[in-house]
Design a protein around this ligand. Structure first.
Ligand code: ASP
Length: 368
């Protein structure tokens, strides 16, 4: 890890690692997209309270792998800002995992380049199980979006298991004129690049959803990239940007609290946490379907027994009632047990790389 970390002084603190501007895709106005085709596969709370500690110092409850792993705190790397959806999912599983493993887990936010900076750092980290990456669907889109990606998702990591699948919501600032998805489509077609769309950089789920939206309406808007959708959502509520598409784990509280307006949810069915929000199919954009899946990764030479210990801890975490309840509140569920393992995770990664490649290529989008 780079040394330019700013540590919170509290024990087991959140760590925000901010990169130099040169490393970030931080130009304010990003890629303008004029897309010709679209296809899709098949979730604001207030920016999540940035928990000072991902995990309490746990009572050692066993779970140590052969070789004594883990005998010191483990870093969980989040590739986006604190307070965003990836950060929220990570903290929710890190807490019970640390109890199973009998070690503290420290959540670190390594922001930039749509999540690829963090993935590159974890790929190059010491393969000892003390640096673990939480990433999402962006692991499968980055290889097509980035021509010089410094890692290969299928070759440079071992997978631990899938964690959760999260639908996305298309939301707008309360003062933004359109009130329904159809009105949004008409407004975007009429106002084109005068309309601003927030995302978390090229390779983020919010970027992918925006790409699908623009493709579906065959119109480009102005994309405004952030280091994560936590800060993007804050700006949306504040009126600095017009609309965005983000995971329910970030948007549910803001929607139900009336802080933003919701146009549609990108899942085939309505979500119990947001029963009044129509699906994209109901609202008129049936091709816009995205389900954001998350998984845990370690560098490729990590010993198998370490992978096993992490997988076992993940499985136990996903069965915890408190995790299930919190996920439900945020409009998502943990994956089923048969998905929380390296085999299912690798299979999903591979199939999603294949799924998104032609869609991204057809859209003609690449990272600079
Ligand atoms: N996961 C979000 C996205 O891909 C970013 C975030 O977690 O902040 O847009």
């Amino acid at each position: 890890m780079r040394q330019d970390q700013s540590f919170d002084a509290t024990p087991s603190a959140t760590v925000a690692i901010r990169r130099g501007a040169g490393l970030r895709l931080s130009t304010l106005v990003a890629t303008a997209l004029l897309l010709s085709a679209c296809a899709g596969s098949g979730g604001a709370s207030a920016p999540a309270e940035s928990a000072g500690a991902a995990t309490e110092a746990p009572a050692a409850s066993g779970g140590a792998a052969a070789g004594g792993y883990p005998d010191r705190p483990i870093d969980f790397i989040v590739p986006f800002s604190a307070g965003g959806p990836t950060d929220t999912v990570t903290r929710l599983v890190a807490d019970p995992m640390s109890k199973t493993l009998g070690q503290q887990i420290v959540v670190k936010n390594v922001e930039g380049a749509g999540g690829t900076l963090a993935a590159g750092e974890v790929a190059a980290a010491t393969p000892d199980g003390y640096t673990v990456l939480m990433h999402h669907i962006g692991m499968s889109t980055a290889p097509t979006l980035y021509k010089d990606l410094p890692y290969k998702p299928l070759e440079d990591f071992k997978t631990i298991g899938l964690v959760t699948e999260v639908p996305m919501t298309i939301i707008g600032n309360n003062d933004f004129e359109p009130t329904t998805l159809q009105e949004l489509v008409d407004y975007v077609k009429a106002n084109k690049e005068d309309v601003t769309y927030a995302n978390a950089g090229i390779g983020a789920a919010s970027h992918l959803c925006g790409l699908l939206f623009q493709s579906a309406v065959d119109t480009k808007v102005t994309e405004v990239p952030y280091d994560g959708t936590g800060p993007a959502l804050t700006d949306l509520v504040g009126g600095q940007v017009n609309f965005m598409c983000d995971q329910t784990t970030n948007t549910t509280g803001q929607i139900t609290g009336g802080k933003v307006k919701a146009y549609a949810i990108t899942s085939p069915e309505r979500n119990p946490a947001l029963p009044d929000v129509p699906t994209t199919t109901e609202a008129g954009l049936p091709d816009l379907k995205v389900n954001v899946w998350h998984g845990l990764y370690v560098p490729k030479d990590t010993p198998d027994e370490v992978v096993q210990a992490l997988t076992d801890a993940l499985k136990a975490a996903l069965k915890e009632q408190s995790v299930i309840d919190k996920f439900a509140e945020l409009g998502t569920t943990p994956v089923s047990e048969d998905q929380a393992n390296p085999e299912a995770h690798t299979e999903r990664l591979q199939s999603e790389i294949e799924l998104w490649k032609p869609i991204i290529e057809e859209a003609g989008v690449t990272a600079p």
